[in-house]
Ligand binder design. Structure first.
Ligand SMILES: [Cu+2]
Length: 256
């Protein structure tokens, strides 16, 4: 019996600690991720930053089903990054489309949205080294991405200057990725890696990360003790959901 009580007490202490920490610091961000290259795909993202732990949830639709969609944060942290003109007909698109093929390649988009800062892989490394880790990105048309991982101080402090870019689109409507041909009738290669097809890495959607309106997560300043405890309960619920989500994601990976 004493052992049970000790265990319960220890569990209570473990549960209480993150609530106390989270009541002060989490900051929320979101991104509306619109189509690029007239892919017809779009997504929304919700981000929660707690210290250097960043939880990213992305839900989309219209993405090519059954092919890995590389997802990155792009941008120089603190820099003047924008999604830029992403679709034919938008102001500045013809200038950005340097080779005049009618598509904005990854490389052609970099002057606007900047280099890869974080790779939103499903597991393992999240650095730019994993930018093309095609076996560790979502493959469904709705993406259904959720992951919590640690980011650098530089990224944590400058999230609002970064963008989420989602790659891979069936540009020629063939029902396959990799059928697009260049002007010579040869398979059109990726601007990043000649061993990958153009369609495998081309931007399909882009959205700027913006801080959510103040009040989304209570700061606690000026709050009564009663509302403070309500905030704590909500934070605890959110943490519980996040933990369940992380477990679920891990399960899915193991089962896949
Ligand atoms: Cu990217």
């Amino acid at each position: 019996m004493r052992r049970i009580l000790t265990t319960l007490a220890a569990t209570g202490a473990l549960l209480a600690l993150p609530v106390a920490a989270s009541a002060q610091s989490p900051t929320t961000f979101s991104a509306n991720i619109g189509q690029a290259n007239e892919s017809g795909a779009s997504a929304t993202a919700d981000l929660t930053l707690d210290g250097n732990d960043l939880t990213v949830r992305i839900s989309g639709n219209g993405f090519f089903d059954g092919f890995p969609h590389a997802i990155h944060f792009h941008g120089e942290p603190g820099g003047d990054n924008v999604c830029g003109p992403l679709n034919p007909g938008e102001a500045g698109f013809d200038e950005a489309d340097e080779d005049g093929d009618g598509f904005l390649s990854v490389v052609e988009g970099v002057p606007a949205y900047g280099p890869v800062t974080v790779s939103l892989t499903t597991e393992g490394d999240t650095s730019p080294d994993s930018a093309l880790a095609v076996d560790r990105f979502p493959t469904s048309s709705t993406l259904d991405y959720e992951r919590t991982f640690e980011v650098s101080d530089e990224v944590a402090d400058n999230l609002s200057s970064l963008h989420i870019v989602i790659h891979a689109a069936d540009l020629d409507g063939s029902g396959e990725i990799g059928t697009l041909e260049d002007e010579n009738g040869e398979p059109k290669p990726s601007s990043l890696d000649p061993d990958l097809p153009f369609e495998a890495t081309v931007p399909a959607a882009c959205g700027q990360i913006t801080a959510s309106a103040a009040g989304g997560v209570a700061t606690g300043a000026g709050g009564t003790s009663e509302s403070g405890s309500t905030t704590g309960a909500i934070a605890a619920g959110a943490l519980g959901l996040a933990a369940l989500g992380a477990l679920g994601a891990r399960r899915r990976k193991v089962g896949a």
